[in-house]
Design a binder for this molecule. Structure first.
Ligand SMILES: *Cc1c(COP(=O)(O)O)cnc(C)c1O
Length: 366
């Protein structure tokens, strides 16, 4: 039996009729850029997140970069980011012209350490950019408290956390602004690239509507040197269909995660994800740790089980950031995680039989 890491074809098959109809609706409308679908998706997704505004943009990286630009954060400024994340979090800061200041993860949850954030503050710090890693919200109450005391913006990297809840509030309404990605493999995935900013901040929302569209609030009026970072009309129509299924598909993910947690609890050397009190993660990924990660991954592969590593190289050791001079050993927690994490198959279309196969393959290694 072969178990793929994630089955995107099955996701399409389940909603094929509605997705095809949404495509035809856009194709025959004659309106392909910033039309009714983008507008409707923006209000639907803002409502879903419990926020006033949603601004559809081209992808998750652009969403994060534009939030920084929209706040006027750039050269000379510092933004606190996690060491253990996908490199896009750092790249958003660098592309805005600011400096990413890395902070190590909490040992239990692997989201950014709050004590680490407090220790990394400087006179140049303008924002904290926590990542709701693997679908679990960061410790937002305590991060917000630090931000309020020091007059900083909290910018959620919510690319992995559509629908995740922290003390009754959804990702997207846990900070000053949030960047979402609709990359196909995310919990809410487009059938191509897409992203969004969600915020309650009226001024930021107005800035972002200009920044994503040549700096223009109205045709041929250009207030700032903006770019072209719009959400595509076709992707918006597809996302409107998939948004209706987000909660149900997240529940399927949660059931799979619960079964992993239950059946692997007795495995001696395998470390399971830890969920903090007061949060409901959306299980974008189910990430275990194992001291013999390489051997385990090879064993699973021989059993037909596809696994991935999120992420094998921490941003500070990637060549892109060699200019910052970080050597191996600078951020040991992130480096240890990079060497030991393994993401197991999990998605709304993982069948019970396939799941059983993954579990027995795991147990036969232990
Ligand atoms: C996917 C992802 C992004 C970037 O999103 P894109 O749409 O691929 O640009 C940013 N941050 C995190 C944590 C992600 O997982």
């Amino acid at each position: 039996m072969n178990v793929p890491f994630l089955d995107l074809q099955a996701a399409y098959r389940e909603l094929q009729e509605q997705l095809d109809a949404a495509c035809r609706r856009v194709l025959s409308s004659g309106r392909y850029i910033l039309g009714r679908e983008v507008e409707a998706f923006e209000s639907e997704f803002a409502a879903y997140c419990g926020a006033r505004h949603c601004i559809g943009v081209s992808n998750g990286l652009d969403a994060l970069e534009l939030i920084l630009r929209g706040y006027g954060i750039g050269p000379g400024d510092e933004v606190i980011v996690p060491t253990h994340t996908f490199i896009a979090t750092w790249l958003a800061v660098s592309r805005a012209g600011a400096v990413p200041v890395p902070v190590e993860p909490d040992e239990a949850t692997h989201t950014i350490s709050v004590a680490g954030v407090a220790a990394a503050l400087s006179a140049r710090t303008r924002a904290i950019m926590p990542v709701h890693l693997y679908g679990q919200p960061a410790d937002m109450d305590r991060i917000r408290n630090i931000a309020i005391r020091h007059k900083l913006k909290v910018i959620e990297d919510a690319a992995q956390a559509h629908g995740a809840i922290c003390r009754g509030r959804r990702a997207g309404s846990l900070g000053d602004a949030a960047g979402f990605s609709f990359y196909p493999g995310k919990n809410l995935g487009a059938l191509g690239d897409g992203g969004a900013v969600v915020t309650d901040d009226d001024q930021l929302a107005a800035n972002l509507r200009r920044l994503r569209n040549y700096g223009s609030p109205a045709k041929y009026q250009h207030d700032v040197k903006g770019g072209n970072a719009r959400l595509d009309e076709l992707q918006a129509a597809l996302l409107r269909v998939k948004l209706c299924y987000l909660d149900e598909w997240n529940q399927r993910r949660a059931r799979i995660a619960d079964r992993y947690l239950e059946e692997l609890a007795a495995s001696p050397r395998l470390m399971l994800p830890i969920v903090a009190d007061g949060v409901s993660p959306v299980w974008h990924l189910f990430v275990i740790r194992h001291p013999r990660r390489g051997d385990l991954q090879a064993h699973l592969s021989r059993c037909g089980v596809e696994t991935l590593i999120h992420y094998p190289v921490p941003p500070h050791l990637s060549r892109a950031y060699s200019d910052m001079g970080f050597v191996r050993g600078t951020f040991p927690r992130a480096e240890r995680l990079a060497e030991s994490v393994l993401s197991l198959p999990l998605g709304p279309h993982l069948s019970p039989a396939a799941h059983t196969h993954v579990l027995s393959a795991l147990k036969s290694f232990e």
